[in-house]
Design a protein around this ligand. Structure first.
Ligand code: 6PG
Length: 241
C-alpha cells in the first residue's frame, strides 16, 4: 500500500489524474483496453472534470477505456443522486464517448435484479478471463464506508465476486455495490480522499485496529494488485506515521 499526500485539493486531483493516465497507458499497452470502475459522490466529480479538460483529455486513448461503477444509488439514471449521471456530465459526455463503452447499473428493475444483472454484465465483459478491473477508484465516507460497503451491513461479509444490493436503514434507500472480493481482484485500486472531514475516517481505516463492521474500507486489500491512497494534507492530518 502506498500513501500519497499532497498539499491541497488541486494537487491531489492532479496527482490522481496523472496516475489514471499512467495506468490507462499501461493497461492498453498490455491488453489493448482499460477497464475502470468509477467511484461516486462529490469527491471524484472534480477529478472527472479534470480528466475531460484540455489538460488531460488528450493523454488517454479514451476509445479503449470501458467504464463501470463501483457502486450506484438505486435511483433513475436521470436522478441528480445518480453516480452515472454525475460521471456522464463530468466525464463521459464531454469526451463524446460511445454508450458502448459505458456500463451503468440498470436501476429500472428491483434492487436485487439490478445487482444480479450488473454481475452478469461484469462477468460477460470479462468472459473467459478472471474478473480483474485494471483500476477501481474509491472514495471514503466520513463513517469509513467505501463504494456502498456501509458499516453493519450484511454485504461486508459477502465472499462472492459480484455486485449486491444494500439497504441503508438510516437513509431508507437501496444501493448497488461491488463486493469487497470483486474490488480486491483489481490490478490497481486508488482512493481519492480530501478535506479535513475525512481525517478521522482515514486514520481509522489505515491505522486503527481491524474493525470492518465500523470501518468497512479496511476490507479493501487487493489480492495481488496495488493499493494507493491519494490524500490531501487535511485528510491525512490525523495519520501518525
Ligand atoms: C457514493 C460513493 C461513496 C463515496 C463516499 C464519499 O456513491 O456515494 O461511491 O462510496 O465515495 O460516500 O463521498 P463524497 O466524496 O461525496 O464525500
Amino acid at each position: 500500500m502506498k500513501i500519497n499526500v499532497f498539499n491541497n485539493e488541486n494537487e491531489v486531483l492532479n496527482g490522481l489524474a496523472n496516475y489514471f493516465v499512467e495506468i490507462a497507458a499501461k493497461s492498453i499497452a498490455n491488453h489493448g483496453q482499460f477497464s475502470v470502475a468509477l467511484s461516486g459522490g462529490n469527491s471524484p466529480k472534480k477529478l472527472y472534470e479534470l480528466l475531460s479538460s484540455p489538460l488531460y483529455k488528450d493523454k488517454v486513448e479514451w476509445s479503449k477505456v470501458h467504464f463501470f461503477f463501483g457502486d450506484e444509488r438505486y435511483v433513475p439514471l436521470t436522478d441528480p443522486q445518480s453516480n452515472y449521471l454525475m460521471a456522464k456530465k463530468a466525464l463521459l459526455e464531454p469526451l463524446g464517448l460511445s454508450y458502448k463503452q459505458v456500463f451503468p447499473v440498470d436501476t429500472s428493475v428491483s434492487p436485487e435484479e439490478a445487482a444480479k444483472k450488473y454481475t452478469v454484465d461484469i462477468n460477460y465483459y470479462f468472459a473467459g478471463v478472471k474478473v480483474r478491473f485494471d483500476l477501481v477508484l474509491l472514495g471514503l465516507g466520513d463513517n469509513s464506508h467505501t463504494a456502498s460497503l456501509f458499516p453493519h451491513t450484511p454485504v461486508l461479509h459477502d465472499k462472492t465476486v459480484s455486485a449486491k444490493e444494500v439497504f441503508l436503514d438510516n437513509q431508507q434507500v437501496y444501493r448497488i455495490t461491488m463486493t469487497a472480493p470483486l474490488i480486491n481482484q483489481a490490478h490497481h485500486i486508488a482512493y481519492l480522499v480530501y478535506g479535513e472531514g475525512k481525517a478521522i475516517a482515514v486514520h481509522h481505516v489505515i491505522e486503527d485496529k481491524k474493525d470492518i463492521e465500523n470501518y468497512p474500507a479496511q476490507l479493501i486489500k487487493p489480492a495481488d494488485g496495488d493499493l494507493q491512497w491519494f490524500l490531501d494534507n487535511s485528510a491525512a492530518s490525523l495519520l501518525k506515521k
